[in-house]
Design a protein around this ligand. Sequence first.
Ligand code: BGC
Length: 771
Amino acid sequence: MKNYIKADEWNIIEEGFDPHLNKVSESLFSIGNGRMGQRANFEESYSGETLQGNYVAGVYYPDKTRVGWWKNGYPEYFAKVLNAANWIGIDISIESEVLDLFTCKVTAFKRVLDMQQGTLSRTFTAELNSGKIVQVEAIRFCSIAEDELAALRYKITAVNFEGSIAITSFVDGDVKNQDANYDEKFWNEVKQEQVNDTDYLVLRTKKTEFDVCTASHTTIVYNSETQNLKPVSKEKYVGQTAAIYLKQGTAVDIYKVAANLSSQNYSKEELLAAAKAKMERAVAKGFDQLLKAQIDAWAAKWQESDMVIEGDVKAQQAIRFNIFQLNQTYTGKDARLNIGPKGFTGEKYGGSTYWDTEAYCIPFYLSTAPQEVAENLLVYRYKQLDKAIENAKKLGFNNGAALYPMVTMNGEECHNEWEITFEEIHRNGAIAFAIFNYIRYTGKENYLAQYGLEVLIGIARFWKQRVNWSVDKQKYVMLGVTGPNEYENNINNNWYTNKLAAWCLRYTIEAAAVVKTQDPEKYKAILEKTNFKEEQEFSDWTAVADQMYYPYDEKEQVFLQQDGFMDKEQILVKDLPATERPLNQKWSWDRILRSCYIKQADVLQGMYFFEDEFDQETLKRNYNFYESRTVHESSLSPCVHSILAAKLSDEEKAYEFYLRTARLDLDDYNNDTEDGLHITSMAGTWMSIVEGFAGMRVRNGQLNFRPFLPKAWNSFSFNIGFRGAQLNVHITASQIKIVNNADQALEISIFNQPYTVPNGEKVITYNEQLV
Ligand code: BGC
């Protein structure tokens, strides 16, 4: 746990430079715009510990799989988002001495991520070994207004000397992924060009052959005069240099306007020309105008998604940080893109798509962005249906059964640990649940005819084939699976997976009925396309759903996570010495697997998805049982426990779990922020407040609230969009105020009492009775 980030409502602030924290800060201060992003590496050279990271969304490399013992069915490669060309580079050398914060004496260091405006800035004073002191002010951003653009301004002042300063502003494509399996470089150079102080570097990924053109225009101004620049270049590297004689107390300003264009959006032949046109327009606008557009675009984003917490600055900072990073990672403009668990902040998890998107991120984007954004996330899976069918086929399934990958970039499975790749199949259910969730929220039932039903049919066929009839139990069972709790592998009858599978089968039948009634033509076309035997398949699915086996413990009266769970030694987490945790760092894997400790919500994840099926008593028994055995060693876990605790009116616990997710990265809770941020769990933090504290649900097409105010806060409020209305929900200890900007009134319910919210605002006071 760390505590060096200064509390502030809109900014993430680091004061003072500690090289030991540099990689953590590089993650925390990352910037991005959905199309590209980067870690907060320094512009100037740095010889200390650093993880260099520039990423272009959707551009990946199939790194050849490396495993100890090959299993049939493993994918050949793991698709990784690549560390791409570094466009921020500025080498500074003062009378031949390199400016490098690792070798200088650094004072007055301050790094600020301004979340309101979407900028990263840094100021510092550095004393070189020669005693020369310089002061630097730098600011940069990845433009969310025009997502192929980025810009920076870097100002350097000679504090106590006069002398010559050599500046090289460059684009460097000779970069590596630290997680390369075979220490290979993934880029080849296609071409480079340097015109009018602008550098263009076109690189091509090996194997996947994505071309990316990274361009940068440099302007250096001293004494109000733009300096002449000299191009420099070598393989995979292009830059501009200038040598300036700096008088004491004066400063030189360096401006870079940059672009990343990829062959995903342009033909390879047109790429360079498109980059030139883009750069010409961007350079004409200049840094200040691009910055203004950035500030305006972020103001609009905050209008949709801001959350205000009064009375607790650290909580306010944390929730804005979570929302900011989610908005930096995914903007929903492109249905080919998705949300990697680390976004653009690190290499871990390959930048690829996990079930995290459907189970955790969808609710956030549904409420805080235009409808198309969440829809694009669903369409992403629709477009990969063929690959999911192929994936299932490789594992021996047939008849159009679809198994979506555990980890993917392009629809193909990348993951290669058998107990996850082959067995953590609950991911399929989350994809079906997201379709249901999307329709529940938006009311857009025709999504089923458009895309949803085909996906559901593939998923339902998979579940049907994945179960088998147990003569012994006279039930359908599902053997050899891994549930969300990855601290158990290759188990039989994971309650969550069985529950989800049965639900998928029933929901697909319901969805088919909707399409059949609403769009019979399309229904017919889908039946033909999927070669669907309506009567037979529906009856098979119903049989499985009706006769699914669910492990249950009569003594504890709880749903059992899996067969045999009670054979384990039941020592609760509270009786585990703190020195033994986190288990995944202190215990052997073998010991973890044999223990009763649960990595993340599993049975409780199911109770969260299907909450209306359970009464409070059942929820409480299961919550108490599983919470006392859960170590929350996945960042995705505490938010689900927080929401359920809120539902059980255990406000203290709900708040405690919320705190664990909200500042997970800011306080480096798990000592792993240096690898990158936990982007997908950030959506869980948002859910803890909206679904937990505000108790927001959509039932029968209406918003329901069941709010409470955490003791530490004076009030909280959030913006959401719902079926064409933009709402602000403000909650205090005794009141909920809803501002509705739509012309038509909105029917809602608070503690199950119906209310009408007209255009304008409605204040509802709730008292003990209502609660
Ligand atoms: C979790 C998975 C999750 C993955 C990526 C793992 O630690 O157990 O549920 O999908 O991280 O976030």
